[in-house]
Design a protein. Structure first.
Length: 390
């Protein structure tokens, strides 16, 4: 055995698979991996099923089916006034995960630096590192996930090629403010860096917060690549339909990688997603309102159990500080313990940090819970946790 790739061979199984399988083993309610516990909108599923019967079922164009590319452009123009040209500025991918990989592979060279804001989604780091680029991290300040502008400035250098901005943000539930977007944009322009916008939770934003895309800020249209996902906007996480919007020359670069990563994406799901994107604002508002109720049930319940709950402004997730329990182990140990003994699973936030070169431990006091579940399931989770901690 010659061994594998220097980045992937050294990695374990993702925290999402690990905690989901532990939840199954112990019959725990899975508030770990982020997915809704229903089948998703029936109309989209019907349309996808019909499209499989009617066809086409052979390879769609590599850029995506025109009907979906047009729907993405219309959606972006309607919600953000971005003036997107569907023929030259939209690419369909097999999920946002593929889109992220395409962007890193297409844009980075060994020696480049990429700024990642911690805690960050788990696929970013290995995909940056496999290109030979270096991830430079800037940690948000727990427990309120504040971005320190000085720390952000220090993360940039003359080698910075790219910064990833995930807003609304997994795992923190933070929605970046206009002021924060402006500061990041200013630094990106100063360093001539691209901004990779992971906006998969664009429609999962709750009262009092508003999603703004940096792509709409003055001077940023040609520096940003915007990635979204049908998985989140239509509560169909297994579909793996992603879409990328960027200026033509930038999108052409990303497409070079895409054509060799997956080349294309199942046509029936593209057709159904195109229909979904054409829904009016009420559909997206209802989606957010439904999740907001669930967020409130879980956040209040967790606070009653004794978790210090950090208010979630968006996404499927709420983060909590577990320091108050006086627990001696790591956040991973804590999540395993509540899975096995309380029957509720969660995700340790330390999994979203880059391991420190000094060997120093990353913060171990934060735990993420997913609230995209039926209210009764959330109530039952709270009852189990209350019982365990009382
Ligand atoms: N980015 C973030 C921040 C995510 O949370 C996820 C996962 N849900 C993805 C990207 C991947 O999305 P997809 O399932 O469309 O690949
Ligand atoms: N985005 C999902 C989460 O954060 C997980 C996706 C995955 O399992 N790779 O929970």
């Amino acid at each position: 055995m010659r061994g594998g790739n220097r980045v992937f061979a050294g990695l374990g199984t993702t925290i999402f698979s690990t905690m989901s399988s532990l939840a199954v083993t112990h019959g725990a309610i899975n508030l770990g991996q982020g997915f809704p516990d229903d089948e998703g909108p029936e109309e989209l599923r019907k349309r996808a099923a019909q499209a499989i019967l009617d066809g086409p079922n052979q390879y769609p164009p590599a850029m995506g089916m025109p009907v979906l590319r047009q729907a993405v452009a219309d959606h972006d123009n309607r919600f953000y006034d971005l003036g997107v040209d569907w023929e030259r500025e939209v690419l369909v991918t097999s999920g946002a995960t593929e889109a992220l990989a395409d962007c890193f592979l297409a844009l980075l060279n060994p020696g480049d630096e990429v700024v990642l804001i911690e805690p960050f989604y788990d696929s970013y780091l290995p995909m940056v590192e496999v290109t030979g680029a270096k991830a430079v991290t800037v940690a948000l300040e727990a427990p309120n996930w504040r971005l320190d502008p000085e720390a952000l400035t220090r993360a940039f250098s003359d080698k910075t090629k790219l910064i990833v901005l995930n807003t609304p943000m997994n795992p923190t539930g933070k929605v970046f403010s206009e002021e924060e977007l402006k500061r990041i944009a200013e630094l990106a322009l100063q360093h001539d860096a691209y901004v990779l916008l992971d906006e998969v939770y664009e429609h999962l934003v709750y009262a009092g917060s508003q999603h703004r895309t940096m792509m709409a800020l003055p001077g940023m249209r040609d520096h940003c690549i915007r990635i979204c996902s049908a998985g989140k906007s239509f509560s169909l996480t297994g579909w793996k339909i992603g879409y990328v919007t960027a200026a033509p020359t930038l999108l052409a670069l990303v497409t070079k990688a895409h054509q060799f990563v997956t080349f294309t994406t199942p046509p029936a799901l593209q057709i159904a997603t195109a229909w979904g994107l054409g829904q009016d604002r009420t559909y997206f508002d209802d989606l957010a309102r439904d999740l907001e109720v669930k967020r409130d049930i879980l956040s209040k319940g967790l606070a009653d159990v004794g978790f210090q709950v950090v208010p979630s402004q968006g996404t499927y997730f709420v983060t909590t500080d577990i320091s108050g329990f006086g627990y001696q182990g790591s956040d991973l140990d804590f999540c395993k313990e509540i899975t096995e003994k309380a029957g509720v699973s969660a995700i340790p936030v330390s999994a979203f940090f880059k391991p420190r070169e000094t060997g120093e431990a990353v913060p171990q006091n934060m735990v993420r819970f997913c609230f995209s579940k039926q209210p009764a399931v959330l109530e039952e989770s709270i009852a189990r946790l209350k019982h365990y901690f009382s």
